[in-house]
Structure formats: structure tokens, C-alpha cells
Design a binder for this molecule. Structure first.
Ligand code: CP
Length: 331
């Protein structure tokens, strides 16, 4: 039994096979590959795309989704092994995972960081606890990485650009009034490198570099393709000649949990917005974002509503790639 926790656990050919299946599913959306199969979707955080696309995707293949969330009446869960459960939690993840495994064929987990202590959050305890105790495959629906988003992005890029090897991929930090999860940035960096692109990470200062776990994974994958991961704090240099601009905001890890100290730094870099001037420096790059996206804060209307934006294709592809992932996991 194999889980889908991170694309780092899967080879490029394995992921490409799922992308080929997703392409076939996109052409013929309905089938019975998940007939009589049920996926439990556990949401500890908000969602529009993930929740809808997994539910719709399971149904289109003859399956069924059960959405669980604390706001929907689920028992509060304990995730620590050996915990003395005399606090708020009524149920241990061990029981939850094992019981759900008796009812369901797949379990999806969305559990964002608590944003208090990165050393703790980087352990991805909730996802890993479900993976440890579940007797059915577990899918990461976004924790500290977002592998389903990675697959949707690569599918959209292959649809628009064809072969991605050697393309210049720029992951640009953008301003956001709040510190956000690094999950999509970690994921974009890793998947771009895994698919042979030349990756530039553009961020305001070294404090916005991503966790070394993901930087190192991307560097290793880039090196395997004879490529590099470049870090730049120079907007014009980073955008020059780009084939892909991927926009995302994230909180600086050294200030994790001390966001009042980060805010004055972040506020100095509102000009990292993706706009027409910057896009004119590229080689006619496509631009995308995982969504949700604050218009005219992260990307201007002119760019987002323009012909080079593939964010809607990426969002649509969530449906197709997740169907392929669910199919692959249930065999
Ligand atoms: N991109 C993404 O995962 O969207 P949701 O948070 O709406 O699910």
C-alpha cells in the first residue's frame, strides 16, 4: 500500500503516468474506476477547490466522498503518541484512522501548520499520524506541501508548453497582508525541479528562503537533470527570459510565530506584485497561482485576466489529476 503524501516519494515516470491518465480522464471524465469506493476527506482548514474537486472526482468515477471537519461535528482529535488525553481531544488519531479504514478505501487529509513553531509544524504530525495508523492509502490534500496542486500545475504547464525540460521556472514570493503557509511554495519548487525545469526562487530577502528540506530536494532533482536552483532577490534579473512565473506568498520561517516582527519587513515588499512591466521582461511566460488569490495584491487584474494566465486550467486540472491519483492508489 502506497500513500500520496509528497511527490518526493514518487519517481518522475510514476508521476508522468498519473498525468497521462489524468489527460485521458479529462477527455473522458466518467467511468467506474472507483465504483463502490469511498474516500473520507478530513478538512481541518478551509477549502473551495480541494473539497469540491475530490468530491466531484470520486462521484464521476462511480465512488463517493464523505467530508469530515471539526465544524461539521467531528470529535476533536489527539495526534501525539502516548498523550494523556485529559484536554479537549476526545479521540486519538489511531482510532480515527483505523475506524475510517474500516469504512473507506482512501483518506484525504488537509491540515495546515499551526503557525506557532516551525520546528513542530515541519514534522507534519497529523498527516504522518494518519499515514502511520490508516490501513488504506492516505492523500495529502495540503499540509506543509500540496502535492495534488503540484500535479495540476505540471499538467497545465505540459498542456501549454509541451516538454518542460530546460524551461525557466520562476517561483516568485508576492506580498499578502498575512503570513501564509509555505506549502505551495515548497511544492512548486520541488515539482519544477523534478520535471527538469531551471528553477529561480525570487524572494525579498534570505529570510524568505524555504525550508532546507525542500530547497535541498529541489537542488538534488535539478542537478539530476543538469539544471540548477537559483535564488534571487533581484526582480528584473529573475523575470528576464522566464517561461513560467508562479506567484505565491508565504511567511518567513525565521519569524514563524512572531509575525508582528515580520510584518514591517513584508510590508516593504508590496512591489513584488506580478504586473505587466515585470511580465514584459519574460520570454512570453505563462503565469499561474494555486488560488485563492488576492487580486491586485499578488497579481494585477491585467495579468491575471490576460491570455498568458493558466490559473483556471491549473484549478480545473485538480479534478483530473486527483481522479488519476485516487485510481492509482486503489489499484
Ligand atoms: N488551491 C487549493 O488547494 O484551493 P482550496 O484551498 O480552495 O482547496
Amino acid at each position: 500500500m502506497k500513500h500520496f503524501l509528497t511527490t518526493a516519494d514518487w519517481s518522475r515516470p510514476e508521476l508522468q503516468a498519473m498525468l497521462e491518465d489524468a489527460r485521458a480522464i479529462k477527455a473522458a471524465p466518467y467511468g467506474d474506476a472507483l465504483k463502490n469506493k469511498t474516500i473520507a476527506l478530513l478538512f481541518l482548514n478551509n477549502s473551495l477547490r480541494t473539497r469540491t474537486s475530490f468530491d466531484v472526482g470520486a462521484r464521476q468515477l462511480g465512488g463517493h466522498a464523505v467530508v469530515l471537519s471539526p465544524s461539521g461535528g467531528m470529535w476533536p482529535l489527539e495526534f501525539e503518541d502516548g498523550a494523556v488525553m485529559d484536554g479537549e481531544a476526545e479521540e486519538h488519531v489511531k482510532e480515527a484512522a483505523k475506524v475510517l479504514s474500516r469504512y473507506c478505501d482512501l483518506i484525504g487529509i488537509r491540515a495546515f501548520p499551526k503557525f506557532q513553531d516551525w520546528k513542530e509544524d515541519r514534522k507534519d504530525k497529523i498527516l504522518n499520524a494518519f499515514a502511520k495508523y490508516a490501513d488504506v492509502p492516505v492523500i495529502n490534500m495540503e499540509t506543509i506541501t500540496h502535492p495534488c496542486q503540484e500535479m495540476a500545475l505540471i499538467m497545465a504547464l505540459q498542456e501549454r508548453l509541451g516538454d518542460l525540460d530546460g524551461k525557466k521556472f520562476v517561483l516568485t514570493w508576492t506580498y499578502h497582508p498575512k503570513p501564509l503557509n509555505t506549502a505551495v511554495a515548497n511544492s512548486a519548487l520541488m515539482i519544477a525541479a523534478k520535471f527538469g525545469m531551471d528553477v529561480t526562487l525570487l524572494c525579498p530577502t534570505p529570510e524568505y528562503l524555504l525550508d532546507m528540506r525542500y530547497m535541498a530536494q529541489a537542488e538534488q532533482d535539478a542537478k539530476a537533470h543538469g539544471r540548477h536552483v537559483h535564488v534571487s532577490h533581484d526582480i528584473d534579473e529573475a523575470y528576464a527570459g522566464a517561461d513560467v512565473v508562479y506567484a505565491k506568498s508565504w511567511g518567513a520561517l525565521p519569524f514563524f510565530g512572531n509575525w508582528s516582527e515580520e510584518k514591517p519587513i513584508r510590508d516593504r515588499f508590496r512591489h513584488f506584485i506580478v504586473d505587466e512591466r515585470k511580465m514584459a521582461l519574460t520570454a512570453g511566460a505563462v503565469v499561474s497561482h494555486c488560488l485563492p488569490m488576492r487580486r491586485n495584491v499578488k497579481i494585477t487584474d491585467a495579468v491575471f485576466d490576460g491570455p498568458n494566465c493558466i490559473a483556471y486550467d491549473e484549478a480545473e486540472n485538480r479534478l483530473h489529476v486527483q481522479k488519476a491519483i485516487m485510481k492509482a492508489l486503489v489499484g
